[in-house]
Write a protein of this length. Structure first.
Length: 235
């Protein structure tokens, strides 16, 4: 199937559905040079006439399209929500996006996004660190003691997400899920990412747990190591 180039398709989409918008951006994998056969077009719209934000998925011009529509103030609550959860989806799209249309609003919003990304998420409190250490320790113990391969695989999945979150958040870096786990780790430390991927790949292909165990223990070590005995929550 012949498809227009991403920018051409995005421009057609804007012209068809949002011709009077104040600004529009094309973001996502096609902008970062990471496009695959299943990539879609992430399009962010700013339109002061839209009463509230919404997201919609559709297929146009032979492209799957995800459109994120905001008015010129509603995006602020999404920026704040993304900052609180430490997953800056919208700020990242705005900061990296290719401008498709701009009546003078994009650069102001983009500056806000860049500043938010630069600041990073809020630092974890000591209480939060203790809680995260405890649940990471608990999951690690489940992984070490498990003898059921099916259960073990999914414990490993949970462990990968927990330890990536711990490493990134304890160092005030943004986190991610799914493919963004690896991308977020790479933005933090390329060498550590290689160790992380290799540890879990070794486990999934051979069943050997040692590298994963070492990875998790090393992540907690600067903060006191494993935490189980004496931990209390809500007492």
């Amino acid at each position: 199937m012949n498809k227009d180039k991403p920018i051409e398709a995005a421009q057609k989409f804007i012209h068809k559905y949002f011709p009077n918008c104040n600004g529009a951006l094309l973001a996502g994998s096609v902008v970062r040079g990471e496009e695959t056969d299943t990539s879609d077009l992430d399009i962010v719209i700013f339109d002061e006439t839209v009463p509230s934000s919404y997201r919609e998925s559709l297929i146009e011009f032979n492209w799957p399209i995800e459109v994120f529509v905001h008015n010129t103030s509603s995006y602020k609550s999404f920026f704040e929500s993304d900052r609180e959860r430490a997953r800056p989806s919208l700020p990242r799209m705005v900061s990296e996006g290719i401008i498709l249309k701009d009546d003078g609003v994009i650069e102001i919003i983009r500056e806000e996004a860049i500043e938010l990304l630069k600041e990073g998420p809020e630092e974890w409190s000591e209480v939060t660190l203790q809680i995260k250490r405890y649940f990471l320790t608990d999951t690690l113990d489940d992984f070490i003691g498990c003898t059921n391969r099916g259960e073990e695989i999914f414990i490993a999945n949970a462990l990968a997400e927990l330890v990536s979150e711990f490493v990134l958040r304890s160092n005030r870096h943004w986190i991610g899920t799914s493919k963004w786990i690896v991308r977020s780790l790479r933005a933090y430390d390329e060498d550590y990412t290689i160790q992380f991927v290799e540890a879990f790949e070794t486990y999934y292909t051979t069943g050997a747990k040692e590298r994963v165990i070492h990875l998790v223990e090393a992540a907690m070590e600067p903060f006191g190591g494993r935490l189980l005995e004496g931990f209390s929550l809500g007492k």
